[in-house]
Design a protein around this ligand. Structure first.
Ligand code: HEM
Length: 453
């Protein structure tokens, strides 16, 4: 097939043929099931109009297509305005930036999320985990996702604002928890995907409630920005300080709205996903006694004094965390790329202005890459090295997740601390299943555990 600038008929692509309304409903309410059904007819590339708003929406899952999308050597892909995330993160977030502006923003945000600056959070992560677990009475059921969220929120608040125990910091944390709790409401989810529902229905006002919480958070963040501008401290190394000091090529500082959208992007992207991944990892460990025993054995030679960076490099711990990120990736797909010109992907013509997503969920269940894809088998990560087009929990290319290093570090340290210092068991009569929480995949019941020692 050749590249064409003519409109392309959807019928040429592998796709589901059920009514679009049902597909949308299924994608919004049971996304994992929707993607599994789609993978049966379209494992490599799929036409999936229910996922985005562009006239042509494609999901790419085959490693060759992902290589083209992530490498983008011919500069065929740019970022469309992210309409799905826009009500939450605004339209000046890094998710919507392109070209030089996007590159500069990444360069600015990268250092505090990597290397020594990131590793400095290691002891804090272990300490927060220890405190959270120690607070759970023996024998009493707790929800792992909630604990992981509290840890992840604390870590991201420190990264973004620096060490801070002020009232405002506590209010910001509480308001973020309130805001992200709406991601669980079925009505809110439907409204996120169907903008016509972004209004009130008599006494039912979830969208208004969401907006009110978001406005409260905005006021708190703007207060923090103004306070820090009024009293700058050049010695602070947190992300907000870097953004306040940044100047564009004309010497202009970032505007308040820009700063706000970036802060909220980092705060939300930086803790929901990590909390889900920790919960999933603990779920799989609690379901597989042999995995738990091997992990405990690997951790036996370490203690609270072990350098967190060394802990995070342990091979079996790494394999277990990777396998958890593979099987239920918190982000089911990448952010969209917009085709700037007509092109071809995996032999299919793709018109200009199509939205193309990397489908992480389907790519991670490709039986040619991952034999017995539904089995939780960390050994596959010890036996084989996967390419950046096969194992893609953090997307890839110029838009690859900025927080990957921090997220992976945190995931491994939380799991290591729990397994080494506590004994926990699964405490739910039912197995978990994946459900949507905003744009993420989360365990429906949050993974209920209890301490036995
Ligand atoms: C397990 C945890 C996480 C997962 C699974 C995850 C996943 C992702 C994915 C799939 C993308 C889109 C990449 C693409 O389109 O190619 C992304 C982007 C992004 N993530 Fe994460 N993320 C996680 C944690 C974090 C953390 C901790 C932070 C912040 C500290 C963060 C900040 C971001 C940002 C800023 C972007 C946008 C990058 C850009 O557009 O250039 N993420 N993440």
């Amino acid at each position: 097939m050749t590249t064409t600038s003519e409109p392309v008929s959807p019928s040429i692509y592998p796709r589901l043929k059920s009514p679009r309304f049902w597909q949308k409903l299924s994608y919004v309410l049971s996304p994992a099931q929707y993607l599994e059904t789609l993978a049966q007819v379209a494992p490599d590339i799929a036409y999936a109009p229910v996922i985005g708003t562009a006239p042509t929406v494609l999901l790419v899952s085959h490693p060759d297509g992902l290589k083209q999308l992530f490498n983008n050597d011919a500069k065929q892909f740019a970022a469309p305005l992210n309409r799905l995330l826009q009500p939450v993160v605004g339209d000046r977030s890094i998710f919507s930036l392109e070209g030089d502006r996007h590159r500069r923003e990444r360069k600015l945000l990268m250092p505090p999320l990597h290397g020594d600056r990131m590793r400095a959070y290691g002891d804090t992560i272990c300490q927060l985990t220890r405190q959270q677990l120690a607070q759970q009475p023996i024998g009493q059921v707790f929800v792992m996702r909630e604990i992981a969220q509290a840890i992840a929120l604390d870590v991201i608040l420190q990264t973004v604002f620096g060490l801070d125990d002020s009232d405002r910091s506590r209010q910001i944390a509480a308001t973020i928890v309130e805001l992200t709790a709406s991601f669980q409401s079925k009505f809110f989810l439907a409204a996120l995907f169907l903008p016509a529902l972004q209004r009130d229905f008599g006494l039912i006002r979830p969208w208004t409630r969401f907006n009110q919480t978001r406005d409260r958070l905005k006021t708190l963040l703007l207060d923090e920005i103004r306070a820090r501008r009024a009293d700058p401290d050049p010695d602070r190394t947190d992300i907000l300080n870097l953004m306040l000091a940044a100047r564009d090529e004309d010497g202009n500082a970032m505007e308040e709205d820009e700063l706000h959208d970036e802060l909220i992007t980092l705060l939300i992207a930086g803790h929901e996903t990590t909390a889900n991944s920790v919960a999933w990892a603990m779920y799989w460990i609690s379901q597989n006694a042999d995995v738990r025993d091997r992990l405990v054995a690997e951790l036996r030679d370490t203690d609270a004094q072990t350098d967190p960076a060394e802990l995070a490099r342990l091979p079996y711990l790494t394999a277990v965390c990777n396998e958890a990120l593979r099987l239920y990736p918190s982000a089911m797909m990448s952010v969209p790329r917009r085709t700037t010109e007509a092109t071809e992907i995996l032999g299919y013509p793709v018109p200009a202005n199509a939205n193309v997503y990397a489908c992480i969920y389907i790519a991670h269940r490709n039986p040619d890459v991952y034999p017995e894809p539904l089995r939780f088998n960390p050994d596959r990560f010890l036996d084989r090295q996967y390419s950046p087009y096969e194992f893609i929990p953090f997307g890839g290319g110029v838009r690859r997740c900025l927080g990957e290093a921090l997220a992976v570090f945190e995931l491994r340290l939380v799991i290591a601390t729990i397994l080494r210092e506590f004994s926990v068991e699964y405490a739910d009569a039912q197995p978990e299943r994946p459900v949507r929480r905003g744009v993420n995949l989360t365990p429906e019941r949050g993974v209920q555990l209890k301490r036995v020692a």
